[in-house]
Write a protein that binds this ligand. Structure first.
Ligand code: IPE
Ligand code: IPE
Ligand code: MG
Length: 244
């Protein structure tokens, strides 16, 4: 399907993939089994976005705060990242998916970091869905890093501080040129950002389905799309004449 345009278009979706631990515990399994089961939900979401002509899908996979989890869980997630890339990269590449990542990526362990960089390089020329993995990502860290970048350009005389506007800040974020998410979905019923895309989500529509991430399937995305289409986005203005 071709991409839509106009105010109702759903170009960019971001998902806070939450509830893996609860999913596993509810089945009497170790928490990490929930992370393992998440791969099916990710694959299904990527396929659905491709079919619907969504241009950008951003997945919150590991936050700057998630390092505070037990070391064994953190290293399991990092190994899963490598495994996910190795198991899926051929198919993603065939489907013309362009893989990207955002976060403090230099702090990722070497193995998964290398796998990620290689996969990003391999799919760099693809023109399909942009799949962004938010890894060691925090919205506050991103804004702080952008401020640092702008400050150092100003200190070197390459940027006039008076020229720092919202556009300049956006352009200094991890992925300049990435559109703000039209819709942010957080699974598992939790209703908070947990430090996700604080700058970009200023005018995103928010949707909080109860489903735990490992159970998330295309029907949940169909529902999300329906909810999104029922919303009226005003961006601080007024509803179109005739609907007020
Ligand atoms: C989300 O699931 C995955 C990550 C944060 C890496 P959780 O692991 O947070 O699952 P719950 O919230 O404990 O159920
Ligand atoms: C947010 O979920 C981070 C990711 C989904 C990667 P958390 O489970 O870490 O968030 P809190 O701790 O419940 O706020
Ligand atoms: Mg959680």
């Amino acid at each position: 399907m071709k991409s839509e345009s106009g105010p109702r278009a759903l170009r960019s979706i971001a998902i806070i993939m939450d509830g893996n631990g609860r999913w596993a515990r509810g089945r009497g399994l170790r928490r990490v089994e929930g992370h393992r089961a998440a791969e099916t939900s990710i694959r299904e979401s990527v396929k659905w976005c491709g079919e619907k002509g969504v241009e950008w899908l951003t997945l919150f996979a590991f936050s700057t705060e998630n390092w505070s989890r037990p070391r064994s869980e953190v290293s399991f997630i990092m190994r899963l990242l490598s495994g996910f890339i190795q198991r899926n990269i051929d198919e993603l590449d065939e489907e013309r998916v362009k893989l990207l990542a955002m976060g403090r990526l230099a702090a990722l362990p070497e193995g998964p970091g290398d796998d990620l960089r290689r996969a990003i390089g391999r799919t760099a020329g693809n023109d399909g869905l942009r799949l962004v993995l938010a890894l060691n990502y925090g919205g506050r860290a991103e804004i702080a890093d952008a401020a640092g970048k702008l400050a150092s350009e100003a200190a070197q005389g390459r940027l006039d501080p008076a020229a720092i506007d919202e556009e300049a800040v956006s352009a200094a974020l991890y992925l300049p040129g990435m559109p703000d998410p039209d819709l942010v979905i957080r699974t598992s019923g939790e209703q908070r950002f947990s430090n996700f895309m604080l700058w970009q989500a200023a005018y995103s529509e928010l949707y909080f389905p109860e489903v735990l991430w490992p159970d998330f399937r295309r029907e949940h995305l169909d529902q999300a799309l329906e909810v999104y289409r029922s919303r009226q986005r005003r961006f601080g203005g007024l509803a179109p004449a005739g609907t007020r």
